[in-house]
Design a protein around this ligand. Structure first.
Ligand SMILES: C[S@@+](CC[C@H](N)C(=O)[O-])C[C@H]1O[C@@H](n2cnc3c(N)ncnc32)[C@H](O)[C@@H]1O
Length: 315
């Protein structure tokens, strides 16, 4: 699902009267902090303007990555999910995505420890008339404890900001908050995947059931399981980052676990399908490991499905 234009307009409106040189300077400062200071437990957004620029630049991408990951999960597990806890919610991308995909949601609790992110998020929530459903709580995932639960607990692009020692503790807290399903989304880098693999191993060891993207609960043989989603770029996005391309590809990794037993999908497509005259070849992850599957015209529906499929889809 694309980031709604209404949300984009709200996020960008405050930035319209600020000179572009100031916005670019702010953007560079944020990018440098994300590059050199992430993973140390330090605050990466340190002013209201930084939170606004972060929102305008990153929300469409994190929103789209969470939407895609959630849609993959819902094909496997969809048990009347009514409430969300969004850990390290930032401006609320993950909750906004889940809320739009699942009309059953009646409550979203956004846990965040950065006052500037909360400020911009609260403005977006009230401007989109979500005040009755969405509520922020000032919460530090590394230090605080909170006795609340929700059907879905989500964290998107958060664990990589914590220092290594805090991560397992954070996962335990999130798992304790989970009634039904926990979804973790991280950048689609090798480091992002290694973090996701760490979470996978740990949750399997404490009794979680993998929902997606995995096809089994055995040892993962993938070296870099990641997916990509195309995000359209606004004029402001181009002005900040440079370049004319109308879109950019957001790479992400994710893992979702359920508290109840679940049967994962049989085959998950790992690469873009190779479409040949008369047949389609897919590279998939399955419980028997990686394999290539061919569907020819005589496979009728499966052939049609394979032709339209993409990396990340199940088949
Ligand atoms: C890269 S942003 C992602 C925000 C949002 N989840 C998204 O997908 O757009 C990471 C967020 O995690 C928050 N965060 C980092 N460490 C945290 C902690 N210890 N407790 C609570 N939030 C934290 C940051 O303040 C920031 O808002």
């Amino acid at each position: 699902m694309e980031f709604p234009l209404e949300y984009k307009a709200i996020l960008e409106s405050d930035l319209q009267n600020i000179p572009l040189t100031n916005l670019r300077e702010c953007f560079e400062t944020i990018m440098n902090r994300y590059k050199y200071d992430s993973g140390k437990g330090n605050s990466l957004i340190n002013s209201e303007l930084e939170a606004k620029v972060y929102g305008a630049y990153r929300l469409p991408s994190t929103f789209k990555a969470v939407s895609e990951a959630l849609n993959h999960c819902l094909e496997i597990y969809n048990d009347d999910l009514k409430s969300i806890i969004d850990v390290g919610a930032g401006i609320g991308a993950a909750s906004l995505a889940i809320n739009l995909i699942l009309p059953s949601i009646n409550k979203a609790t956004l846990l965040e420890n950065n006052k500037y992110m909360m400020g911009v998020g609260n403005n977006l929530i009230s401007s989109t008339r979500l005040n009755d459903k969405f509520q922020y709580i000032n919460y530090d995932l590394s230090k605080d404890n909170l006795d609340i639960t929700a059907d879905i607990v989500v964290s998107s692009y958060v664990l990589n900001e914590l220092d290594r020692n805090s991560r397992i503790n954070a996962i335990n807290k999130m798992w304790n908050m989970t009634n039904k399903m926990m979804l973790i989304v991280e950048p689609g880098t090798p480091e992002g995947f290694s973090l996701i693999r760490e979470v996978r191993d740990y949750l399997i060891s404490i009794g979680g059931y993998v929902v997606a993207p995995c096809t089994h609960m055995g040892v993962c043989l993938n070296t870099w399981c990641h997916f990509s989603t195309r995000v359209s770029r606004s004029k402001l996005h181009k002005d900040l980052k440079g370049g004319d391309a109308p879109y950019e590809d957001e790479k992400y990794c994710y893992i979702a676990f359920s508290k109840s037993m679940i049967t994962p999908c049989e085959n998950r497509i790992l690469r873009h399908p190779q479409i040949n005259p008369g047949f389609v070849e897919l590279e998939v992850c399955s419980k028997d490991g990686f394999k290539k599957i061919k569907y020819s015209k005589k496979d009728k529906e499966l052939f049609k499905k394979a032709r339209k499929s993409d990396a990340g889809d199940q088949i």
